[in-house]
Design a protein around this ligand. Structure first.
Ligand code: SF4
Length: 440
């Protein structure tokens, strides 16, 4: 018999920061209804799988977890399991048909309805809540920020681009921007709460526009960077084509805008970029990088890359290698092309065999390790501020992120630094994926 106590929930999250924030929104709603989070999934009364469908692998993973968790129903027949996130939006009702132990399906645009959906489930209904309602609610008072050291704020949802490989427009729907006043109130609230770092989120964050108004992302950046107490400001994900000279100016003007930018290029070949429908050339991307580096010389750039896109020749791939070498990214997120149902690229001819794609990916990753080691070694001896986000008992090391988004480990002794605070450190050693430091 399970002891009667507060009901518990467990949320497993895959994918991007938007999903992370949706998890915080769902956790907040559950906590407001009197439930508590648990660290032991077997102890949960509600299990939510907040899924990502950007790649097939992530999608398969969510269904294998579902298979695992449904066995817990034999110990706890009241256990409720919900499929949330982008896979939920994509598969909808078929997920319920195929998985008799699944209780509901909740798409990302309907996250705010979780409480009502659980009530309906308790009265016996198996609910499918997907699609994109006209009215969207960003209820900032039902977000659980516990355990988070940066305040994430959605500024734009969905995507109106049509990159041929991408499923996001289908799973997150058309673009919707939040009004500037609403964003400012949320940021001020987070700063009052004690967050030093604010991250503005959107699938194409720099395409933000004031609904019905003239302001664009340059104005938003300027306004948020001026809020007293915002020590660090980040934004993700920027679309290269949407960067304007005014945005670059703001980047140069406000030192609290972090010198780090995630700027997905996807390929170093114009031919492939065209097939991907990205709307810019490698030359234009290079010009933008140059302007950004002029604005912030210490800028660290990261990017997304797809290898093995249909029709990618060896010469195209070598163009990508050359671009990665030229730009010197501080980190890359490189993947083999994964065909997604409903996207235009699945109909493109000339698929690349898996062996070739794997070899190209390996080559790119090995090159990137060398680049990262070089870039990180140049930081040895420099003084940096780290936002402290964790510590490991086994090693007695604390960890955190620099403004340029690098991971730093440093000894917790003689004084452990509070989580969520800024710690001044001196970099002593560089690894390709992290830095070792001592407290100043
Ligand atoms: S900009 Fe392209 S890759 Fe990014 S979410 Fe939109 S469609 Fe997907």
């Amino acid at each position: 018999m399970r002891p009667s106590a507060a009901k518990k929930f467990w949320i497993e999250t895959w994918g991007c920061q938007m999903n992370e924030l949706d998890t915080q929104r769902m956790a907040g709603q559950l906590m407001q209804s009197g439930m508590l989070p648990t660290r032991d999934v077997q102890d949960a009364d509600v299990i939510l799988l907040n899924s990502c469908s950007v790649r097939e692998k992530a999608e398969n993973k969510v269904f294998s977890q579902l298979g695992r968790y449904r066995r817990f129903k034999s110990d706890n027949p009241d256990l409720v399991i919900g499929l949330c996130g982008c896979v939920a939006q994509q598969v909808g009702e078929t997920a319920l048909d195929r998985n008799p132990d699944l209780d509901f399906v909740l798409g990302p645009a309907r996250v705010g309805e979780l409480g009502r959906i659980l009530d309906r489930r308790r009265s016996g209904e198996r609910v499918v809540a997907t699609g994109f309602p006209e009215e969207r609610h960003f209820d900032i008072d039902t977000i659980s920020r516990a355990g988070s050291y940066k305040g994430m704020v959605t500024v734009i949802e969905g995507c109106d681009k049509n990159c041929t490989f991408c499923i996001v427009p289908l799973t997150r729907g058309p673009e919707r921007c939040r009004p500037l006043e609403e964003i400012v109130i949320e940021v001020e609230h987070l700063v009052d709460y004690g967050f030093l770092e604010i991250e503005l989120l959107g699938q194409t964050v720099n395409h933000w526009r004031q609904p019905g108004g003239q302001w664009d992302f340059a104005d938003l950046l300027d306004r948020v960077a001026r809020i007293h107490g915002v020590e660090r400001l980040r934004f993700v994900t920027s679309y290269p084509r949407d960067f304007t000279p005014r945005m670059v100016e703001q980047f140069a003007r406000h030192p609290n805008i972090c010198p780090y930018l995630h700027l997905p290029v996807q390929s170093g070949s114009d031919r492939v970029l065209k097939r991907m429908g990205r709307g810019y050339t490698v030359g234009e991307f290079g010009d933008l990088v140059e302007q950004l580096r002029k604005a912030r010389p210490a800028l660290a750039l990261s990017t997304d890359l797809i290898v093995g896109f249909p029709g990618e020749t060896e010469a195209d791939f070598q163009d990508t290698v050359a671009l990665v070498e030229d730009v010197g990214f501080a980190s890359i997120f490189a993947f083999k092309y994964s065909p997604r149902p409903g996207t235009a690229a699945v109909h493109l001819p000339d698929p690349i065999d898996d062996g070739t794609a794997s070899r190209r990916l390996q080559e790119l990753l090995e090159l990137q390790v060398r680049i990262q080691r070089n870039l990180n070694e140049q930081l040895v001896g420099s003084e940096m501020e780290v936002l402290v986000t964790g510590w490991a008992e086994a090693t007695q090391l604390q960890s955190g992120r620099t403004a340029c988004h690098r991971i730093v480990h440093f000894p917790a002794k003689p004084t452990a630094q509070p989580l969520g605070s800024m710690a001044p450190v001196v970099i002593e050693k560089a690894n390709p994926h992290s830095l070792l430091a001592r407290l100043q």
